[in-house]
Write a protein that binds this ligand. Sequence first.
Ligand SMILES: Cc1ncc(COP(=O)(O)O)c(C=O)c1O
Length: 427
Amino acid sequence: MRVEIASKTLPGNKSKKILQKLRKLNGAWNYPYPFVLSHEGDRCHFKDIDGNIFLDFASQISSNPFGYNDKDINQVLKRYKKSPVKYAGQDFVIKEHLNLIEELLKTTKKNLNSAFLVNSGAEAVENAIKIAMRMRKKAKFGISFENSFHGRTIGALSLTNSKVIHKKNFFSIPMRRLPYNESAIVKLENLIKREISSEEIAFIIMEPVQGEGGYNFPSQKMVNDIANFCKSQGIPFIADEVQTGMGRSGKFWCMEHYNIVPDIMSSAKALQVGAVISNRKNFPEPGSISSTWGGGDVINLAIGIEIIKKIRKSNLLNHVNHIGEYLMKRLKELNLEKVRGKGLMIAFDMPNKKIQRDFIVESAKNGLVLLGCGEKSIRVIPPYVVSRKDVDEAIEIIEKSYKNIRKRGFKHSGYVCNFMECGEGYT
Ligand SMILES: Cc1ncc(COP(=O)(O)O)c(C=O)c1O
């Protein structure tokens, strides 16, 4: 497949009808992309219901590692034709529940030997902090980092420090915040010298690379400092690997790049279900944590198992690293600002927020799906199965789109601005 925008407008007529209805009926309307997917597609390309073909360099926000119509995933789908597909998995066990936990724990270090499956990233974080709180009986608050994103349930949202729209009017659990740079340790040491005892800290939670916050990569020193501090004070160190984990960074877990094994880890997105992973001894007594669907439906579990197996079987991490290097090299050739990345977790910067928005919309009009993050960054996060040909096609569109929006007097035109956040604001 190659990119082809066939409809006269974006969204095309069929998509427009669905999107217009959704805008009225979906209470969490959030300016989705201006197309409706058709389920047709091939690896990194997908077709919408108007027949347009797009190239996906956003991987459904990092949650679709094998793209569209992967033959092994389709084989899994064939196996599950009979209902029910949903089981109340914490109380009524199915073998897929065990199989996914077993596969997951094959990817983690020895002391991360137990996992609890949930439904989303936020729920994984929520349970990670509950486990930590139960471990720390005298604790009064948690610690996270400026710019972080950990999800939108009230507990996870309390840790989040991203955009005011996520938080205003919502109460928070007690939190302190550290800068996401090497000065974090100084602030932390001052905190326990001057204000509180370390026993009052329930946990420190950190994204190994900040995702929504702008693809910020911490230094080895910063990660070491925080991990060592936690160890010396007996504070649970939580790595939120919801976006970075399950192969995206070129290793199963991004913390492996830093040679750090956290006490507790959250996963979701590419795993297809949420998971919180820790040592068996850290999990609280039976009845303390649970969830009806814990682990989503049987198809999610089965696909999660296949994803882990296929990453290993096909040596995909090797491919993620090599193709990631190629993608970074091609982006650098375009002289874009601050091209950075690990594996296929790659980003670059635009000069400002308006240009960031304009660029994303223009790329979509030219058939390339990208996502923003932070103040002015662009995420480049294709499915792991991306080929050199796909990268070359994406680079062509990036170059063309950037040239277009930098022309004097550029302004978006067309129906697309009713559905996407153009640089001038919503129209
Ligand atoms: C690092 C991190 N943690 C948690 C979450 C929340 O995951 P979910 O949207 O599945 O609740 C996200 C989502 O983007 C994330 O990037």
